[in-house]
Design a protein around this ligand. Structure first.
Ligand code: ZN
Length: 134
């Protein structure tokens, strides 16, 4: 049983900026040498989301619309300044688990792993990847 951990960072340009991190995670899987197991992808941030679906520009617009509908920017919240950013992050979660099979991420053809920024300002984000398996 191997447990291999690595982190990578990237910059976001503000609210709803999306960053495809599939290749970054794949790189960690290869570096781990694990053939069968799982990849935990997690961001230790109180705002922002890790999503898994098709990374396509029109769909990204639809995700933005959905998040704005579910959690409007102004909603009479109690938390100062950026409550909506936390609440959007709460809905979709800052972490995901993906199976590793044959030494590769077992993603579907149209699945990508990507970051959706929910914070209003540009941020530097760190994603930690833990590969466990054999
Ligand atoms: Zn806050």
């Amino acid at each position: 049983m191997t447990a291999y951990e690595e982190a990578f960072t990237f910059e976001t340009r503000g609210e709803f900026d999306c960053s495809d991190i599939t290749q970054n995670v794949s790189r960690v899987v290869r570096a781990s040498g694990v053939k069968k197991g799982m990849a935990l992808v997690f961001a230790g941030h109180a705002t922002g989301v890790i999503a898994i679906t098709e990374y396509e520009s029109m769909l990204l617009r639809d995700i933005k619309t959905l998040l704005q509908k579910l959690v409007p920017t102004r909603g009479g919240y109690n938390h100062p300044a950026n409550a909506h950013a936390h609440l959007r992050s709460l809905l979709l979660q800052p972490g995901k688990v993906v199976p590793v099979v044959g030494g590769r991420l077992s993603l579907g053809t149209w699945q990508s792993i990507f970051w959706i920024e929910t914070e209003t300002r540009p941020r530097r984000r760190t994603v930690r990847v833990l590969i466990v398996g054999e």
